[in-house]
Write a protein that binds this ligand. Structure first.
Ligand code: NPQ
Ligand code: MG
Length: 369
C-alpha cells in the first residue's frame, strides 16, 4: 500500500489555433487545470475539463479549484491512501462537481497504474491499439469559411465530421457539407440550443443522412428528447444530459437517446465512464468518446477509453493540431484518420516540463505529509 505525498495544481493558458464557436459562446484559448498526484516519486496526471466560465455546464475552473482544495482533497486524501476505487467511493458524499472529481480520481488512478506498470487502456479493457477519429467544427463566419475548414480536416484524414449548429446555422451548413462530401460520415451538435417547438427545424436535416444529432434540447429535458426522437428520422444522441449510469439507463429506457457521447469529465471519471460503456454495450446502444478541447494529458486518457469494444463510432478524439499549435505533451498525430492508443503505464504521456512552465499561469502545492 502506497501513500500520496503531495498534490500540485497547475493552471495553464493554451491558445487555440482558431476560435471555437458553439451555441453557448466562443473560446479563443483553453484555460486548463491539471492535477498532479505525487506518490513515492511517481507523478500521476489528469486534466480537469471544466471551462473558464459555466457555458457548457455549470462547472468552471475557479469552482473546480475551490471544491478540490477546500473539500475533495482534504476529505478524501486525509489518510494519503493511493487507491482510485477508495477515492471514488469517498467522493460520493459530495454532490455534483463531476469534472473536479474526475480530475482528482484520474490523477490518483494514473499514479496507481504507473506504480503497477499497467496502461490505462489495458486496465479499462481496451480491445484496439488505435481509434478512429472525428473532428468537431465550430460555427464559422460564413459557408465558404465552413467548407474551407471542413476541406482541411478531410484532407488531414478525419473519418467523421461534426458540425456545431444553432437556430439560424443548421440546415444550410449541413446541406453545403453534404453536397461537397456525399459519403462522409456527418453529424451535428446543438449544445441544447433548440426547444421542444423546433422539431420541424430539426427534421429539415433528415434528408442529409446524418449519423445523429447531439443534445438538441436542454440537458434536463429527457421527455423532450424522447418526443423529438419520434418526430425526426435522425438518431438523437445525448451528451450534457448523461451524467451517470443511472441517467444513461433512464434516457435509454425512455427512448430519449439511441446513441451516447461519453465524456469522463462530465460523468465524474473513467470508472463511471467505463460503467456507462458497459451498460450501453449490454443494451445495444453505440457510444463514442466526446472531447473537451483537451491537451495531450486529457486526450491520452480519452483515447484509452475509446479503445473499449462499445466505442463503435469515431469520437471527438482529434489530433493535438486540431486545437493547439504546441501541445503540452508530445503531440498526438493522426495516422490514416486514427490515433494510436498509448501503451506506457498509466495514461502513457507526461507534460513536457519546459512547456508546462511556459504555459503555467498559476500553481499550488498541497503537501499531505
Ligand atoms: C461538445 N466539445 O461535444 C463539446 C463542447 C465544448 C469538441 O464539440 C472549452 C472547453 C471550450 C470545453 C467548447 C466539442 C469548449 C468545450 C465546446 C466543450 O459538446
Ligand atoms: Mg456535445
Amino acid at each position: 500500500m502506497t501513500s500520496i505525498d503531495l498534490i500540485r495544481l497547475h493552471r495553464i493558458d493554451m491558445p487555440l489555433v482558431r476560435p471555437f464557436r458553439t451555441s453557448f459562446g466562443t473560446q479563443e484559448a483553453r484555460d486548463v487545470l491539471l492535477v498532479e498526484v505525487v506518490s513515492e516519486g511517481v507523478s500521476g496526471w489528469a486534466e480537469c475539463v471544466a471551462m473558464e466560465w459555466p457555458g457548457y455546464s455549470h462547472e468552471y475552473v475557479d469552482g473546480a479549484v475551490d471544491v478540490l482544495v477546500e473539500h475533495l482533497i482534504p476529505a478524501v486524501l486525509s489518510d494519503r491512501l493511493l487507491n482510485p476505487h477508495e477515492v471514488h467511493g469517498r467522493m460520493r458524499r459530495f454532490q455534483g462537481h463531476p469534472m473536479a472529481k474526475a480530475a482528482l480520481e484520474t490523477a490518483v488512478l494514473d499514479a496507481w497504474l504507473r506504480q503497477r506498470g499497467q496502461s490505462l487502456a489495458d486496465y479499462l479493457g481496451a480491445v484496439r491499439d488505435e481509434v478512429d477519429c472525428g473532428v468537431s467544427v465550430g460555427i464559422p463566419r460564413s459557408l465558404d469559411a465552413l467548407l474551407e475548414e471542413v476541406a482541411s480536416y478531410v484532407d488531414a484524414g478525419y473519418r467523421r465530421i461534426k458540425l456545431k449548429i444553432e437556430p439560424g446555422w443548421d440546415v444550410e451548413a449541413v446541406r453545403a457539407v453534404r453536397e461537397a462530401w456525399p459519403a462522409m460520415p456527418l453529424q451535428t451538435d446543438a449544445n441544447q440550443a433548440y426547444t421542444r417547438d423546433d422539431s420541424d427545424m430539426l427534421a429539415a436535416m433528415d434528408p442529409y443522412g446524418l449519423l445523429l444529432v447531439e443534445q438538441p434540447l436542454p440537458e434536463d429535458d429527457l421527455r423532450g428528447h424522447a418526443l423529438l426522437a419520434e418526430r425526426i428520422a435522425t438518431p438523437v444522441c445525448l451528451d450534457e444530459s448523461i451524467i451517470s449510469v443511472a441517467t444513461a439507463d433512464s434516457a435509454i429506457a425512455f427512448g430519449a437517446t439511441s446513441v451516447i457521447n461519453i465524456k469522463p469529465g462530465r460523468v465524474g471519471g473513467y470508472l463511471e465512464a467505463k460503467a456507462i460503456h458497459d451498460l450501453c454495450l449490454e443494451r445495444g446502444i453505440p457510444v463514442w468518446c466526446g472531447g473537451m478541447l483537451e491537451t495531450g494529458i486529457g486526450r491520452a486518457a480519452n483515447i484509452a477509453l475509446a479503445a473499449l469494444p462499445g466505442f463503435t463510432l469515431p469520437g471527438d478524439t482529434s489530433a493535438s493540431s486540431r486545437y493547439f499549435a504546441t501541445d503540452i505533451t508530445e503531440p498526438f498525430v493522426l495516422e490514416d484518420g486514427r490515433l494510436r492508443v498509448p501503451t506506457a503505464p498509466g495514461i502513457g504521456v507526461d507534460p513536457i516540463p519546459a512547456l508546462l512552465a511556459e504555459f503555467t499561469t498559476w500553481s499550488a502545492e498541497i503537501d499531505l505529509r
